[in-house]
Design a protein around this ligand. Structure first.
Ligand SMILES: NC(=O)C1=CN([C@@H]2O[C@H](COP(=O)(O)OP(=O)(O)OC[C@H]3O[C@@H](n4cnc5c(N)ncnc54)[C@H](OP(=O)(O)O)[C@@H]3O)[C@@H](O)[C@H]2O)C=CC1
Ligand SMILES: CC1=C(/C=C/C(C)=C/C=C/C(C)=C/C=O)C(C)(C)CCC1
Length: 300
């Protein structure tokens, strides 16, 4: 089992970059891959903002991270990606100071939070939940923080996607899932949207010093499978093949920290190296259309 575990553990972030004075936001960092990502960035000396929908869960993760890293600069902020009001309030609060410190800079934004295979539901703004939280929520958050990211360049945006994007398509005529709904395809679509967003964002940010990367973290033991009895069972049955959250955080860390990957902006990484993207994820026309439709839906 240790040998199998080692084989399936995947790539390791080997960057030795330290982050004193750097500011980081990680969404969904109260648990799973996000928490481990935030922990490592705090260990390297960054001021880390845990952006999560449940402040109590966030505080408990923050205490754990402070204790493990001896970094007291770990803060919790409310961010519910299923509500654009909450996203706007988070961005306003973050940029205005909102208690702990006035953040005029943001060097690393990790768009990590996500939901998978939930029953049909809508966000506060009427978007299908996977598309609304996994894609539109992070799209709006990035938009609101973009000027600060530019002013803080060199800076990075890491979008946590998935290999499952290979099975996704963007159904422009059914983005709200009202005509038909399948929870697996809804998740796949949202993860493909993460890849296309990364691609278009990189194109638009050329020359600004802000770079962006999409990530597949691997198959990771976490709460993501909470809505699927079958996946919960599979994850248990195949435990030796499933990464720990700490192993799952490595590719996000690589994309946030590794030196010399700036020319790879817009690309997709898995196991800390460039990986193959589905043809749909390489389509510039779809990327552009998704960008325009997202702006329209969000009124930005
Ligand atoms: N685990 C895996 O095998 C894989 C994971 N991924 C991706 O990795 C990322 C992290 O997932 P993972 O750590 O595994 O899953 P977890 O379920 O453990 O963590 C997801 C995080 O997202 C948060 N979240 C969910 N909805 C919202 C919302 N509306 N607003 C704010 N935060 C929200 C959760 O908060 P709360 O605790 O309150 O629910 C939680 O903190 C996801 O984007 C996922 O798609 C990709 C491929 C495989
Ligand atoms: C085939 C197979 C597995 C199942 C993989 C699955 C079901 C992957 C689903 C990925 C998801 C849901 C990604 C989320 O973004 C295990 C259990 C790893 C064990 C080894 C063989």
């Amino acid at each position: 089992v240790p040998c199998i575990r080692k084989y399936f553990a995947g790539g390791v972030c080997t960057s030795t970059v330290q982050l004193p004075g750097k500011v980081v936001v990680v969404t969904g960092a109260n648990t799973g891959i996000g928490k481990e990502t935030a922990k490592e960035l705090a260990r390297r000396g960054a001021r880390v903002y845990i952006a999560c929908r449940d402040i109590l869960k966030g505080e408990s993760a923050a205490s754990e991270i402070r204790a493990a890293t001896k970094n007291q600069q770990v803060f919790v902020r409310k961010l519910d990606l299923s509500d654009t009001k909450s996203i706007r309030a988070f961005a306003e609060g973050f940029l205005a100071g909102d208690g702990a410190a006035e953040e005029k800079q943001l060097h690393i934004l990790i768009n990590n939070a996500g939901v998978m295979m939930c029953p049909y539901s809508k966000t506060a703004d009427g978007f299908e939940t996977h598309f609304g939280v996994n894609h539109l929520g992070h799209f709006l958050l990035t938009h609101l923080l973009l000027e600060t990211l530019k002013e803080s360049a060199p800076s990075r945006v890491v979008n946590v996607s998935s290999m499952i994007h290979h099975f996704g398509s963007i159904y422009f005529r059914n983005l709200k899932g009202e005509k038909y709904y399948n929870r697996v395809f809804a998740y796949c679509q949202s993860k493909l949207a993460n890849i296309l967003f990364t691609r278009e964002l990189a194109y638009r940010l050329k020359g600004t010093g802000v770079t962006t990367y999409a990530v597949h973290p691997g198959i990771v033991r976490s709460e993501l499978v909470r809505h699927s009895f079958v996946l919960c069972l599979l994850w248990r049955l195949f435990a030796p093949f499933v990464k720990s959250a700490q192993q799952g955080a490595q590719t996000s860390l690589h994309c946030a920290l590794a030196e010399g990957i700036e020319s790879q902006s817009g690309r997709y990484f898995s196991d800390c190296k460039k990986a193959w993207v589905s043809p749909k994820g390489r389509n510039n026309k779809t990327a552009r259309r998704l960008w325009d439709v997202s702006c329209e839906l969000l009124g930005i």
